[in-house]
Design a protein around this ligand. Sequence first.
Ligand code: F6P
Length: 361
Amino acid sequence: MTKKIGVLTGGGDCPGLNAVIRAVVKTAMIKYGYEVVGFRDGYRGLVLDDYLEFKPGDVSGILDKGGTILGTSNRDNPFKFKVEENGNTVYKDMSDRVIENVKKHEIDCMVLIGGDGTLTSARDFSNKGLNVVGVPKTIDNDLSATDTTFGFMTAVETATDAIDKLHSTAESHHRVMILEVMGRYAGWIALEAGIAGGADVILIPEIPYDINKVAQKVIERKNQGKSFSIVVVAEGAKSLDGEMIVSKVVKDSPDPIRLGGIGNAVAERIEKLTGIETRVTVLGHLQRGGRPVPFDRILSTRYGVAAVEMVHEGKYGRMVSLQGNHITSVPLEAAVGKLKTVAPEGELVKIAKSIGLSFGD
Ligand code: F6P
């Protein structure tokens, strides 16, 4: 029996989305002879019925491309969708419209590729009776029901490369260099790039820092003849007595808080406490762009193929997941709502501390 699959990418983009789309379309068409419909710009396309019918050639040459050929949005919640009515902005539940559109196209199952926000809506659609399969993506690696999300390794590579480059200029000028990285409420990018890049201090949301201890580390290094220091700060890091620094509130987003700005705050205080010139680099969206590293291309391909296999078997309401080196699936209900954060006593933090890195605690 032939089936029709719908696919969309939601939330912030990340390297590897195109590799998933490619794997879904190729497996569906080549292995099973299924049809695939793509919806543009995340749930927006599903609400507004903005779609394209995939032909096999449409996914050629996209494996190594960052971003998503379908477009995405991290503002459009189909259960609270922004509409203009009589000159006023109102938020409406458009989930019934989504279900009508899926029925109209005679789609058997929607493959929904996204992070916590997209997958929460996927869970809600599943509860409303829609056949869905979730695919976890995010550079933040903060989804609890999978060991790794694609996009994360590419972001770590970009951040590590930045640390490598900051090292030489820090050393030449005898400066403290701060690198602010993304990650929302989880410190994975800062932690892994910090270890890979040989940072001296890593500040993450899971371990509140004491700025005096950070300054102490910088001074200690100076006294040992190391006239520069590299500090990696996760955007969600907070001091013992402080709050996370919010750069923006995006009202119509399912998660309206945008973090950012902690790098400057930390730099100012380090410079004051140590007297050493301190500079800040905010890596920002560079972490979300560019070519996915091979690990992410392979993981995305595995996820895409697995998603179509689940559609084939009629295993709906679940999310594909990497556990160990094995691709499996978990119920969407278990996949959302709980973030995977860095364990302050976990192995990676311990090994970092063993080699002298400071977390400011
Ligand atoms: O979730 C991915 C992410 O890049 C976070 O690390 C960051 O906090 C956020 O998205 C930035 O979102 P925006 O693209 O809306 O600025």
